[in-house]
Design a protein around this ligand. Structure first.
Ligand code: CMP
Length: 505
C-alpha cells in the first residue's frame, strides 16, 4: 500500500517537474522569437533584464500605448517564469519532504512532530527560493528593501499572521522541547485530560476520556501547566478506600494488596503499596498506589480495583467505613464476657506443653490474671535490656527473636502459635536477653510474675521444665550474649538459681 503510494507520487513528480523544466527550456526560444519579431516589426530592442523597450534606429513612429503593451507583455513573461520556477521548487520540496517523512516515520511513531518539522522547513525553503528566483528575473529590484522598507506591508502581514506565527513559533518551541508525544496521557490544567492524538504546527489534538476532541493551539498550550504521563513509562495511580476501625489493618492491607496485584493493567514489576492515609472520623482512610502498564486505561483499572476490593471485603468480612458516631456508654462488666474470656484463655494456656500438667483450677487462675494484647507486624513486643515481669504465650501470629551482632540485629529464633517467650526475665529477674518482634499481626497472652509465682511454688516440676527450655535457648544466645545477662551460681546451676529467685529454696 505504502509502496504503491510512493510509486504514484514518484511518477507524478517526474511528470510534473519534467513538464515544467521542458517549458522553462523552451522559454528562451520563445523569447528569442518575440525579440526578433519586435526588432523586425517595430525596430525595438528589449533590454534584458529590465524589460525596457528601446528604439534602435529610425523607423515608422510607434505610439506610447504599443510600447507600454510590449513592456507589459515582456514583464508577463518574467512573472510566468518566476511562477514556473516556484512550481518546480514546490514540487521538489513536497516530493523530498514526502521521502524524508517516510524514512522518519519508519524510525519513530511521532508522525506529527516530523510533519511539523517538514512544514517549517518547507516554508523557509519557499521563501529563500522565491528571493533567489525573483532576483534572477528582476536583478534591479531590491526585494529585501521592499519588504523591510514597507511599513504598511509589515503591519498588514504582521497583523494577519499574528496568531498563525504565534502558533508556529510555539509549535517550534514545543517540538524542540518535546514535553510529550503522541499516545501520552496529558492533563492540562482547567482544560481536561486525554490522550495526545496529534501535534501539528498549529496546535495539539487531545482525545478526552469522553471520546471528544480537545484542540488547543500551541500558543495557548505554551502558557499552560501540563501534567504528562508518558506512554512508555510506568505511571503510578492512587485509589482511595476506607474501612471501619474494628477491622484489622494488617489483614486489610494484605488482602487488598493481593487483590490489586491480580487486576489487569496493574504492573507486576512494582509491588502495589497499600497504606493508611489517615485515621478519619468515620474509619481508617486508605490509599493504594499502583503502577499502570497502560496509563490511558487508568479509569477502567481504578474501577476494577474498587470492584475487587468489594469482593474481597465481602468474602473476608471486612467493612467499608460509613458515617459513624461512637457513643460510649459505660456498661456494667458482664459476668458472661469475663467467663468467656477465662475459658478461651485457659484453652490457650493448656495448649502450651509446659503448662499442660497443671490442674484445671491453676490454669483458670493463670487465665484470669492474663491479658490479651495485639501487635502489628514489625512491632517490638519486648526489648533486650529492658526490665521484664511478664511472659507471653503466642495465641495467633509469629515473632522473631533477635540479638545485636556487630551493630545489627540478627534473628536467632522464630516462635509461632502456642510458643512462649519472656520467661527468662520473669524467672531470673535479669533484663530481657533478646528483642522479640512481631513478624505478622500477633496476638499474645501476657502472664505476669505475680500470677505465676504461686503456681511455680506448687509445681516444682514446672521450674525444671522451664529451666530446661531456658538452658536450650541460652545456648543459641551464646556467645553473642554476655554472661552478665543471666547470672547463674556455678554450684547450683540454672534451676537452683531460678528457685532461688522465686524464694523456693
Ligand atoms: P527474656 O529474656 O525475658 O526476653 C527475651 C526473650 O526472648 C527471652 O526471655 C526468651 O523468651 C526469648 N529468647 C531468648 N533467646 C531465645 C532463643 N534462643 N530461642 C527462643 N527464644 C529466645
Amino acid at each position: 500500500m505504502a509502496s504503491t503510494e510512493l510509486k504514484r507520487k514518484t511518477a507524478f513528480f517526474f511528470a510534473f517537474a519534467g513538464t515544467i523544466l521542458l517549458i522553462l527550456l523552451v522559454f528562451p526560444f520563445v523569447e528569442g522569437i518575440v525579440q526578433e519579431y519586435l526588432r523586425v516589426t517595430f525596430n525595438i530592442v528589449i533590454s534584458h533584464p529590465e524589460g525596457t523597450a528601446t528604439r534602435v534606429s529610425d523607423g515608422p513612429p510607434i505610439d506610447m500605448m504599443t510600447v507600454t503593451a510590449i513592456q507589459l507583455a515582456v514583464n508577463l513573461i518574467h512573472v510566468i517564469k518566476v511562477f514556473l520556477w516556484m512550481m518546480l521548487v514546490i514540487a521538489c520540496v513536497r516530493y523530498l519532504g514526502f521521502l524524508v517523512l517516510k524514512a522518519a516515520l519508519r524510525r519513530s511513531a511521532q508522525s506529527e512532530i516530523a510533519g511539523l518539522t517538514k512544514t517549517v522547513l518547507s516554508i523557509v525553503i519557499y521563501i529563500v527560493a522565491f528571493f533567489i528566483i525573483f532576483q534572477s528575473q528582476y536583478p534591479n529590484v531590491d526585494l529585501g528593501a521592499l519588504f523591510t522598507g514597507s511599513t504598511i506591508i509589515g503591519i498588514v502581514v504582521g497583523l494577519a499572521l499574528q496568531d498563525t506565527l504565534g502558533n508556529l513559533f510555539a509549535g517550534i518551541a514545543l517540538q524542540a522541547d518535546q514535553p510529550f508525544q503522541v499516545g501520552d496521557v496529558v492533563n492540562i490544567s482547567n482544560r481536561g485530560t486525554g490522550i495526545v492524538e496529534s501535534v501539528s504546527w498549529r496546535g495539539v489534538k487531545i482525545r478526552t476520556f469522553q471520546n471528544k476532541l480537545l484542540i488547543i493551539s500551541n500558543a495557548v498550550l505554551g502558557k499552560e501547566t501540563i501534567e504528562v504521563a508518558p506512554r512508555d513509562n510506568l505511571n503510578a495511580r492512587i485509589v482511595f478506600f476506607n474501612t471501619v476501625y474494628t477491622d484489622s489493618p494488617s489483614r486489610t492491607a494484605q488482602f487488598v494488596r493481593e487483590a490489586v496485584r491480580q487486576v489487569d493493567n496493574v504492573s507486576q514489576k512494582i509491588r502495589p503499596i497499600v497504606r493508611i492515609r489517615n485515621l478519619g472520623a468515620d474509619g481508617i482512610d486508605w490509599e493504594i498506589k499502583y503502577w499502570c502498564e497502560d496509563y490511558s486505561r487508568y479509569n477502567e483499572t481504578d474501577s476494577q480495583i474498587r470492584q475487587r476490593i468489594w469482593y474481597v471485603f465481602k468474602r473476608e468480612g471486612i467493612d467499608f467505613a460509613y458515617p459513624t458516631r461512637t457513643v460510649y456508654m459505660q456498661p456494667a462488666p458482664k459476668e458472661t464476657d469475663t467467663n468467656e474470656y477465662i475459658s478461651s484463655a485457659s484453652e490457650q494456656i493448656v495448649r502450651v506443653p509446659i503448662f499442660s500438667p497443671l490442674s484445671e483450677d491453676e490454669i483458670q487462675k493463670l487465665a484470669q490474671a492474663s491479658k490479651t494484647k495485639v501487635f502489628a507486624p514489625g512491632e517490638t513486643i519486648v526489648r533486650r535490656g529492658a526490665e521484664g515481669n511478664s511472659m507471653f504465650i503466642i495465641v495467633r501470629g509469629a515473632v522473631n527473636v533477635r540479638i545485636p551482632v556487630k551493630e545489627s540485629l540478627r534473628t536467632i529464633n522464630h516462635l509461632q502459635t502456642n510458643d512462649f517467650f519472656g520467661e527468662m526475665s520473669l524467672l531470673t529477674g535479669e533484663p530481657r536477653s533478646a528483642t522479640v518482634i512481631a513478624e505478622e499481626e500477633t496476638e499474645v497472652l501476657e502472664i505476669r510474675k505475680k500470677a505465676l509465682k504461686p503456681i511455680i511454688e506448687a509445681n516444682p516440676e514446672l521450674t525444671e521444665a522451664i529451666g530446661e527450655i531456658i538452658q536450650q535457648r541460652r545456648e543459641l544466645l551464646n556467645p553473642a550474649i554476655s554472661m552478665t545477662d543471666i547470672k547463674i551460681e556455678p554450684d547450683k546451676g540454672l534451676i537452683k538459681s531460678l528457685k532461688n529467685f522465686f524464694g523456693l529454696d
